[in-house]
Design a protein around this ligand. Structure first.
Ligand SMILES: NC(=O)C1=CN([C@@H]2O[C@H](COP(=O)(O)OP(=O)(O)OC[C@H]3O[C@@H](n4cnc5c(N)ncnc54)[C@H](OP(=O)(O)O)[C@@H]3O)[C@@H](O)[C@H]2O)C=CC1
Ligand SMILES: CC(=O)N[C@@H](CCC(=O)OP(=O)(O)O)C(=O)O
Length: 344
C-alpha cells in the first residue's frame, strides 16, 4: 500500500518515517512539506543512507490520486483544512492533530481558539483510541488519532469507568510530559535553560486535551462530570506519565483491580498491566508503542491510584496512528510496531 506523510519534518512526521520504513505492507510513496523541495536528510541527518527521499509540495489532489493513505502530522488548524481537502476523495486519512477529535464545534473553538472543521468532516471522523473503538476504526476512512495525554489517561481510566466501579465525580489526572510533546518549534518554555533541571506546570485548567478526555469518559459513563487535569513539563525528551486518582464506589482490593485490568486488556498487545506492587516508569516504554499501567488501592481513603506511561511520539502519536492504519486495513495491528523499548 502506498502511503504519504504531510508534516514530515516535524517530530511526529520523523517518527512516522522510522516506523513506516520497516513496515511490511505500507510503503512510503511520498513525503510532504511547505519547504522547498529538498532531501529529508537536510532536516534529519539521522536518516542518511537509510531513507533519503526528497520532500514534495503539499498538493492534496495529486496525493489522493497517487497514494492509498495519508498521515497528517501537521499542527492543529492546518490538519483540519487538509482533512477537508481530502474529504470525499479516494484516500484514507489519519490525522495526528486535535482538529477532528472534539465532536462539538463550539467546544472545539473554546479550547483550540479557532474554528472547527465543517460538520460533515467532523461527523465522519472516527476517534482512534485503538483499544476502545476498534469496531468503528476498522471501517474508518477518516481517522482522528487521540492526543498524547488523553491516550495515557483514557487507557488508564477505561476499565474502571466502563465497569462503573468509580465515582463519576472528582477524577484527578496529573500529567507529566517530556519536551518532544511540544513539537520542534522553538519556544521559551522548551529552551534548554528553561527546561533543563526544572519542572513546570502549564496551561492550568486550560489544556486543550480536557474536552477530549471528558468526551470519552461521558461515552463510557453518562454520569461523568468535569475532570481536573494538570499538565507538567519535565526535563526528558520522550515520555508521558499520568497519575490518576479516582474514588471507588465499593471496596475493592488492589489485586481485584489488577485482575480487572488484566482481563480487559488481555487481547490488546500494546497495553501491559503490571502485577500488584509494580509501577511503570517512562523509560520502560520509550521508543515503543506500549502503554504500561500500574495500580494501587489505598484502603484508608478508598481511592484508586492509576499510573500509566507512554512514549508521546509512539503510542501518543505516530505509533498509535500506524496501529490505527493497520486496523483500518485489516492488517495485524502490531505490523511495523514490534519495537522493544529503548532501555536504559
Ligand atoms: N509531539 C507529540 O508528542 C505529539 C504531537 N501531536 C500532534 O501531531 C501533530 C504534529 O506534531 P509535531 O510533529 O510534534 O509538530 P512539529 O512542530 O514538530 O511539526 C509539525 C510539522 O508540520 C509542518 N507544517 C507546518 N505548517 C504546515 C502547513 N501549513 N502545511 C503543511 N505542513 C505544515 C511543518 O513542516 P514544514 O515546515 O516542513 O512544512 C512541521 O515540521 C500536531 O498536530 C501535534 O499536536 C499529537 C500527539 C503527540
Ligand atoms: C509538552 C507539550 O507541550 N505538549 C503539548 C501536546 C500538544 C499536542 O500534542 O497537541 P494535540 O494533541 O492537541 O494535537 C501540549 O501540552 O500542548
Amino acid at each position: 500500500m502506498k502511503v504519504a506523510v504531510i508534516g514530515t519534518t516535524g517530530y511526529g512526521g520523523g517518527e512516522l518515517i522510522r516506523i513506516l520504513h520497516n513496515h511490511p505492507i505500507f510503503r512510503i510513496h511520498s513525503i510532504h512539506s511547505t519547504r522547498e523541495e529538498m532531501p529529508i536528510t537536510e532536516e534529519f541527518p539521522h536518516l542518511n543512507s537509510i531513507f533519503e527521499d526528497s520532500l514534495k509540495k503539499v498538493e492534496p489532489e495529486q496525493i489522493a490520486e497517487e497514494a492509498d493513505l495519508v498521515f497528517l502530522a501537521t499542527p492543529s488548524g492546518i490538519s483540519g483544512k487538509l482533512a477537508q481537502q481530502f474529504y470525499g476523495k479516494d484516500i484514507q486519512v489519519v490525522d495526528l492533530s486535535g482538529d477532528l477529535r472534539i465532536k462539538n464545534s463550539e467546544e472545539y473553538k473554546k479550547w483550540y481558539k479557532h474554528d472547527a472543521v465543517n460538520e460533515d468532516t467532523l461527523a465522519d471522523a472516527v476517534y482512534g483510541l485503538s483499544e476502545w473503538n476498534r469496531e468503528n476504526i476498522i471501517n474508518a476512512k477518516l481517522l482522528s488519532n487521540p492526543g498524547c495525554y488523553p491516550t495515557a489517561a483514557l487507557l488508564g481510566l477505561g476499565p474502571v469507568s466502563v465497569a462503573g466501579v468509580i465515582e463519576p465525580k472528582g477524577i484527578i489526572i496529573d500529567g507529566k510530559s517530556g519536551v518532544s510533546g511540544a513539537g520542534k518549534t522553538l519556544s521559551k518554555t522548551t529552551a534548554f535553560a528553561e527546561m533543563n533541571d526544572n519542572f513546570r506546570i502549564y496551561k492550568v485548567n486550560q489544556h486543550q486535551h480536557i474536552p477530549e478526555i471528558e468526551q470519552q469518559l461521558k461515552l463510557w459513563d453518562g454520569h461523568s462530570t468535569p475532570v481536573t487535569f494538570s499538565t507538567h513539563l519535565i526535563p526528558i525528551t520522550r515520555g508521558i506519565m499520568t497519575t490518576i486518582y479516582v474514588q471507588l464506589k465499593k471496596e475493592l482490593t488492589t489485586s481485584e483491580v489488577v485482575e480487572l485490568y488484566q482481563e480487559t486488556y488481555l487481547n490488546h498487545p500494546f497495553v501491559r498491566v503490571r502485577k500488584e506492587g509494580q509501577y511503570p516508569s517512562v523509560k520502560e516504554v520509550c521508543g515503543s508503542n506500549f502503554c504500561d499501567i500500574g495500580l494501587n488501592v489505598d484502603e484508608r481513603t478508598g481511592r484508586l491510584t492509576i499510573v500509566s506511561v507512554i512514549d508521546n511520539l509512539m503510542k501518543g502519536a505516530a505509533g498509535q496512528a500506524v496501529q490505527n492504519a493497520n486496523l483500518m486495513n485489516g492488517i495485524d495491528e502490531k505490523a511495523g510496531l514490534n519495537f522493544i523499548p529503548i532501555y536504559p
